[in-house]
Ligand binder design. Structure first.
Ligand code: SAM
Ligand code: ZN
Ligand code: ZN
Ligand code: ZN
Ligand code: ZN
Ligand code: ZN
Ligand code: ZN
Length: 450
């Protein structure tokens, strides 16, 4: 069993702070999304779904105490049978049969989630939503035309722009990495599959991908509990891929759904790294490129300091929030790449939105200004920050220093009221200000006693 650690959840509301207890989940109750996570609240601990935040999507809730009861355990066993089995070999055979036909005979039924030849079945007539014809190009890039499942909390499928995909491949090339573990990044997988320099495997929760890849190129997976739905078979495939990449570099490229919890994702990175290290007799954390909003930076930095946030704004094709009514860009994307690869290998020289910082020695956003006091290009959100000598750090230009709150705050804020999204300047945790930071208090005590 892994060591238990507690992290405060970034999404927690002020009143109900829910924490995830990060530990080995293999002995936890199951739901349709694999092993549950153990959550801790003021009222007690319970097991709940790893990926669904909305109770409507997954109702499983077992109190920690109840999990010791024989009857509860017995009843939970049903989930092992409820998780559908996917026959990958049949799916791959079917793909090849469909591929042999002319594009106009190839079709995909969105109602039944079935790839088929029109001349061979009458099943998908009537009100079934069928996509046809299907070109070779479309068969190779299913994510470009499969309808997206846009449920923000579960399977949000926001696709990278072509430019973002080529930026990722460029970073990997500069690091001489040839193998990609694509976690929730079908567009990176699709690009890598047609690129002679790269090899990849896709790990994603969307089972529709099964119909387009050979059994060793797609694994049905939940990134919040590091769970492979086809158990041993999938594990063998994954381990083979990891082992084969030993001498040619491997990177995790991950883009979780928006609002996903940071703690389980960090745990997943650590577990995958441990598996890799065991197989390849190495150590450390695997190279990672993780797309996530800039406002999660304090948590990620706190939990896994080797993974740092770069200033590149990750663009998406179909994210309404970042686009104006004409489909153009309204405001910059809040998503950044978090990575443990050297920032100097992120070459943005052919993108006019970026400039090279001679002091940081890497590319940063055009509006980012290097601060000689902070010794970095300090902007996080894409706007130009200004240095506050009292806070001793750079802050948003729209902030002003408030003596009552002893920190820089939004103009017109209510003094003393902590904005949920703000975090402590000292330890970067949310829920308290620097003045009340427990870490600082213990340090002060230590100093005094000395
Ligand atoms: C925000 S989209 C990222 C897509 C990516 N930008 C691309 O262009 O390929 C999230 C992806 O994660 C997948 N996903 C959602 N929940 C997941 C989970 N719990 N485990 C694994 N994959 C998940 C979705 O199916 C989707 O492919
Ligand atoms: Zn569930
Ligand atoms: Zn159908
Ligand atoms: Zn700089
Ligand atoms: Zn500064
Ligand atoms: Zn200040
Ligand atoms: Zn104030």
């Amino acid at each position: 069993m892994g060591k238990k650690r507690k992290f405060s959840a970034p999404e927690s509301t002020p009143k109900s702070s829910i924490e995830v207890i990060v530990e080995d989940v293999t002995t936890h109750p199951m739901c349709l999304h694999g092993p549950t996570l153990l959550f801790s609240t003021e009222k007690g601990k319970y097991f709940g779904c790893a990926s669904c935040r909305d109770k409507k999507d997954c109702t499983l809730h077992i109190d920690e105490e109840d999990w010791k009861k024989e009857g509860v355990r017995k009843r939970n066993e049903k989930y092992y049978n409820l998780i559908p089995k996917v026959d990958k070999n049949t799916a791959w055979k079917n793909f090849n049969e469909v591929k042999m036909r002319h594009a106009s005979d190839r079709a995909y039924c969105n109602t039944c989630k079935d790839l088929f030849n029109i001349s061979q079945t009458k099943k998908h007539r009537g009100d079934h939503r069928v996509t046809t014809p299907l070109t070779e190009e479309q068969l190779r890039n299913p994510s470009t035309w499969l309808p997206t499942l846009e449920n923000d909390y579960r399977e949000a499928q926001y696709l990278f722009t072509k430019k973002a995909v080529s930026t990722v491949l460029g970073i990997l090339k500069n690091n001489k990495i040839r193998n990609i573990l694509c976690i929730g990044t079908p567009s990176i997988h699709e690009a890598a599959q047609t690129h002679p320099e790269f090899d990849s495997i896709l790990l994603d929760f969307d089972t529709r991908h099964h119909q387009f890849y050979p059994p060793n190129k797609f694994l049905w997976y939940n990134m919040f509990n590091n769970y492979l739905f086809d158990g041993n078979n999938d594990e063998k495939v994954l381990k083979k891929f990891l082992k084969a990449s030993k001498d040619t570099g491997l990177c995790i490229v991950m883009d979780p759904p928006f609002g996903g919890r940071v703690e389980p994702l960090v745990h997943t990175i650590k577990e995958l790294s441990a598996t890799y290290n065991k197989l390849c007799e190495t150590d450390g954390i695997l190279p990672v490129i993780w797309a996530f909003p800039y406002f999660s930076e304090p948590y990620i930095r706190n939990m896994i300091p080797h993974i740092k946030m770069h200033d590149y704004q990750v663009e998406y094709q179909n994210h309404k929030k970042f686009q104006n009514s004409k489909g153009g860009r309204k405001q910059g994307s809040p998503v950044r790449f978090y990575t443990n690869l050297p920032f100097a290998t992120i070459d943005l020289s052919n993108d006019s939105n970026y400039k090279y910082c001679n002091k940081c020695k890497y590319w940063v956003g055009k509006s980012n200004v290097h601060c000689n006091k902070c010794k970095e290009c300090a902007s996080k959100d894409g706007t130009t920050y200004v240095h506050c000598n009292l806070c001793n750090r750079c802050v948003k230009a729209t902030y002003e220093h408030c003596n009552t709150c002893s920190r820089c705050c939004q103009v017109g804020h209510k003094c003393g009221i902590l904005v949920e999204s703000q975090s402590c300047y000292n330890c970067h945790e949310k829920g308290h200000k620097q003045l009340e930071c427990p870490q600082r208090k213990t340090e002060k005590k230590k100093l005094k006693s000395k």
